[in-house]
Ligand binder design. Structure first.
Ligand code: ZN
Length: 691
C-alpha cells in the first residue's frame, strides 16, 4: 500500500512558485547550528539572530524564551503548575531533567550574558528560568536590525510535555534561545509598545514573530530527521551527518530525529485530491466560482515519519492529511508552503504526540487502534487533521497562545469536527446506527464540564487544567458552532473565510475574530459574545408543561342555573362526562416552553399530535418562558423545543421534550443513545488532552 515517489516527482512537488508564498512582516532571521549527542542527550548550539525593532521607540533590553528550563528542576513554574504531570504524561524526575544555558550572547563586540537576568513576569517565581532579560549597551533604534551571536548548551529532557527524548526518539520543539515578541503600538490592539514574553506555563503554548529560518543539524548518521522547512544540504563525516533545512515566513521551527522512522512520501495534488463535491459546496456557500477557489492551490509534498510498528496506519494519516489540505484550502485559503511533515512518535513517547509546529506536526497512533472495534475510532485521522490545521489557527494566523488559547484550540476544534464529520461521519458506530459525531462529542463535553471561567483568559489564569481545557477546546468550538447556526451557512462561512484571509501572516486577537462575527449585524450574536467570551453565560431550553384535554364544548350551569352537559342528580340518568376514547371533537392543549440561563436565542417549538400532524412555532427566546394554547383535532402527544439541536449551547438537551400522558416515546434505542453519548463523552474527555 505504501507509495514511494521518485526524487523527480518530489522535486516537481517542491517547485512551488515563489510568488505563491506571501511575505509577512519579517522581524526575525535565525541561522542556527546545533549538534546532538544522543548518548548523553547533550546539545551544543550557536545561532545568529537578526532582530528588527518593529516599533517606533528605542528598545533597551531584549527578552528571550528558554523553554527547556521549564524542565530544569521542580521549582520551575511549569513543574509547580503541572506537578510534573500533563495530559496523562509524567515527568521523569530522576535523570529526565533538561535545561538550556546561554553561555554567550554578543552584539557589536559586547558580551551581554554577564548582565543578563531571569525574570518571571507572570508569577514572580524567583526560581523560574524560562525568561531571560538581556540589557543592551545601547538601545536598538526603531527599524534597526540587531545581529546577535548566541552560543548555548542544553540537555534534552525526557519527554512528557511536547519536547524531549525517549530512547532514540528525539523531538526538538521550542528548543533554541528564542526572542520574545516586542509588540509595537497597534499590534493585537495594543495602545503602547512593549515586550510580550511570558514564562513557560503548564497550560500555555506559544507566540512569536515572523521570520526566516536556516537550521543546520549535526548528529549520528543512523538518525532519520524530520524537520520544518526543506532540506537544502547534507554532508557526512566520520559517522555523523550534517543536514541544513530552510524555511521562510514562519515563526517556529521544530524537528525530530529517530533511527527507526519509516518515511512515507506522497504528494497532495489539487487536481486529484480536492473533491469536486466539496468545491461545489464551497463555491455555492461562499458565492465564489470554483475556479477562483482552487486558483491558489498547488502541489504539497507530504512526508510521514512512521514508527515501524505503525505501518498499517500510513494511508489513514496520508488520506486525512490530503483531505485537510483540500478543506482548509477551500474554506480558509490554500496552504502556502511547499511541504508538510508528519511525525509519528513511539508509543512510549506520547508526551510528544498531538502537537503542532509550522510545516511539521506530531500525530497520534496506537497499535490497538487497528483492531476491531477500536478501528472504528477515527482518532489517528482526527489528530492528523487537528494538528495540521493548527498550522492555520496558530501557524498562519499567528495568535498569542499564552493569552488567547481559544483562538488556536477553539477555532481549530471547530474546523476539526467540520472536517472529520464530513469525511468520516459518526466515528464510533458500534453497533451500526448508534454512533457519535465529533461535533456531538464536543458539544456534550462543553455542556457537561464544570464552568469556572469565561472563554477568554490567559492560559495560566484559569481555575485549573480542566477549566483551561473546557474554555480552550469544546466551549469555544461549540460557541462558534452556535454563531454558525445563528448566522446561517452562507453568512457564517463568508465571514469565516474573510477573517482567515484578512489575518493570514499576521497576529489576530480575539476581538478581530469576534468583530468579524459581529459584522453581519445579528443581534443574538452580538449579545452572545459578551456572555461567553467575557462571561459565563449559559442557556437551557426546557418544556415546562405539556397537557391536552378533550374539548366537548360547554359543561356546567348556565346563567339560568340549568345544567348543561352533566347530570346534577347522581341518581338520575344525565349525560356522562366525555370519554377520551370516544371523543371525536377538538382538543385543547397547553404548552409552556422555558429558557433558563442568561443567553437569549431563538428556538423552534414543535408540537406533535397523535394523528401525526405537527405544528411548529418559532419562539424568539426573549424572556423566561412562552405559553402556547392550541386547538387541534387530535390530542397532543409531544412538545419539543429545538428538535434540530440548533441551540448547541443548550446545557441540558435532555429536558427539551415532554410527552403528554398519551406518551409514545422515546424508544429504548433513543434512550440508550443518550446514555451512550454521555459515556463516550467521559471517555473522550480523558483523551482530549493529547489533542
Ligand atoms: Zn490542539
Amino acid at each position: 500500500m505504501r507509495r514511494s515517489l521518485s526524487a523527480a516527482a518530489l522535486a516537481l512537488a517542491l517547485a512551488v512558485p515563489a510568488a505563491a508564498l506571501e511575505a509577512p512582516r519579517k522581524i526575525v532571521d535565525y541561522d542556527i547550528r546545533v549538534s546532538l549527542d544522543p548518548g548523553t542527550k547533550l546539545v551544543e548550539g550557536e545561532e545568529t539572530l537578526k532582530w528588527t525593532n518593529p516599533s517606533d521607540v528605542p528598545v533597551g533590553e531584549l527578552r528571550f524564551h528558554l523553554y527547556w528550563n521549564a524542565f530544569r528542576n521542580d521549582r520551575s513554574t511549569f513543574l509547580r503548575e503541572s506537578g510534573g504531570q500533563l495530559w496523562g504524561g509524567k515527568a521523569d524526575t530522576g535523570k529526565g531533567w533538561g535545561y538550556t544555558d546561554v553561555t554567550s550572547m554578543k552584539w557589536e563586540g559586547a558580551e551581554l550574558v554577564k548582565g543578563a537576568r531571569f525574570e518571571s513576569p507572570d508569577d514572580g517565581n524567583p526560581d523560574d528560568r524560562t525568561v531571560l532579560v538581556v540589557p543592551l549597551p545601547r538601545p536598538v533604534a526603531p527599524g534597526e536590525t540587531a545581529a546577535l551571536a548566541i552560543v548555548w548548551k542544553a540537555k534534552v529532557p525526557r519527554v512528557y510535555a511536547r519536547a524531549g527524548y525517549v530512547r532514540d526518539f528525539f523531538f526538538f520543539g521550542q528548543w533554541f534561545p528564542k526572542i520574545g515578541v516586542y509588540e509595537p503600538t497597534g499590534r493585537r490592539r495594543r495602545t503602547d509598545s512593549g515586550w510580550n514574553c511570558h514564562q513557560y506555563h503548564a497550560t500555555s503554548e506559544f507566540y512569536a514573530d515572523w521570520g526566516d529560518y536556516r537550521v543546520t543539524i549535526t548528529l549520528p548518521e543512523k538518525f532519520v530527521v524530520a524537520s520544518a522547512g526543506a532540506l537544502v544540504a547534507e554532508t557526512k563525516a566520520s559517522g555523523r551527518k550534517t543536514l541544513t533545512f530552510e524555511q521562510k515566513a514562519i515563526h517556529d521551527f521544530a524537528f525530530s530525529a529517530d533511527p527507526r522512522y519509516v518515511v512515507v512520501e506522497d504528494v497532495f495534488d489539487p487536481a486529484k485530491d480536492v473533491p469536486k463535491d466539496e468545491i461545489a459546496r464551497a463555491s455555492k456557500t461562499l458565492g465564489r466560482s470554483g475556479a477562483d477557489l482552487v486558483a491558489g492551490f498547488h502541489k504539497v509534498a507530504i512526508r510521514l515519519y512512521l514508527q515501524p510498528d505503525h505501518r498499517a496506519f500510513d494511508r489513514r494519516h496520508i488520506e486525512a492529511q490530503k483531505w485537510a489540505l483540500a478543506w482548509t484550502g477551500l474554506w480558509a485559503f490554500p496552504y502556502p508552503y511547499a511541504q508538510i511533515s508528519i511525525v509519528d512518535p513511539p508509543e512510549d513517547g506520547m508526551g510528544a504526540a498531538g502537537m503542532e509546529y509550522q510545516t511539521i506536526y506530531t500525530t497520534f497512533t496506537k497499535t490497538y487502534l487497528s483492531h476491531w472495534p477500536l478501528d472504528r475510532l477515527y482518532v489517528p485521522e482526527m489528530v492528523t487533521i487537528h494538528e495540521f490545521t493548527h498550522g492555520y489557527w496558530y501557524g498562519l494566523l499567528a495568535s498569542n497562545e499564552f493569552e488567547e488559547s481559544w483562538m488556536d484550540e477553539g477555532i481549530n476544534t471547530f474546523t476539526e469536527f467540520v472536517m472529520v464529520d464530513r469525511k468520516y461521519g459518526p466515528f464510533l458506530e458500534v453497533p451500526p446506527g448508534i454512533g457519535f459525531t465529533d461535533e456531538e462529542v464536543n458539544r456534550a463535553e462543553a455542556a457537561l464540564t464544570q464552568d469556572h471561567d469565561p472563554i477568554l483568559s490567559s492560559a495560566w489564569k484559569y481555575a485549573g487544567e480542566g477549566s483551561y481545557g473546557r474554555n480552550s477546546y469544546p466551549q469555544p468550538c461549540t460557541t462558534i458552532q452556535q454563531i454558525r447556526n445563528l448566522l446561517g451557512e452562507e453568512t457564517f462561512w463568508r465571514v469565516f473565510r474573510g477573517y482567515a484571509e484578512r489575518w493570514r501572516f499576521d497576529h489576530p486577537t480575539s476581538e478581530d475574530f469576534l468583530d468579524a462575527m459581529r459584522t453581519p449585524g445579528n443581534p443574538y450574536v452580538a449579545a452572545l459574545i459578551p456572555k461567553t467570551w467575557y462571561g459565563r453565560g449559559w442557556v437551557d431550553f426546557t418544556i415546562l408543561d405539556a397537557r391536552t384535554v378533550p374539548d366537548d364544548g360547554f359543561t356546567g350551569f348556565d346563567d339560568a342555573e340549568k345544567p348543561v352537559n352533566f347530570d346534577p342528580d347522581p341518581k338520575g340518568k344525565g349525560k356522562e362526562p366525555p370519554d377520551e376514547k370516544r371523543h371525536k371533537g377538538p382538543w385543547q392543549s397547553l404548552v409552556v416552553v422555558g429558557r433558563d440561563g442568561d443567553i437569549e436565542m431563538p428556538a423552534n417549538v414543535v408540537l406533535t399530535f397523535k394523528d401525526g400532524q405537527k405544528v411548529e412555532r418559532m419562539w424568539d427566546g426573549v424572556g423566561g418562558w412562552i405559553k402556547y394554547h392550541v386547538t387541534s383535532t387530535s390530542p397532543l402527544v409531544k412538545a419539543e423545543v429545538d428538535p434540530e439541536r440548533r441551540a448547541v449551547l443548550d446545557r441540558n438537551p435532555w429536558n427539551n421534550a415532554r410527552y403528554t400522558k398519551r406518551y409514545e416515546g422515546p424508544s429504548a434505542a433513543a434512550k440508550g443513545r443518550i446514555y451512550a453519548l454521555h459515556l463516550v463523552e467521559i471517555l473522550l474527555s480523558t483523551l482530549w488532552g493529547i489533542l
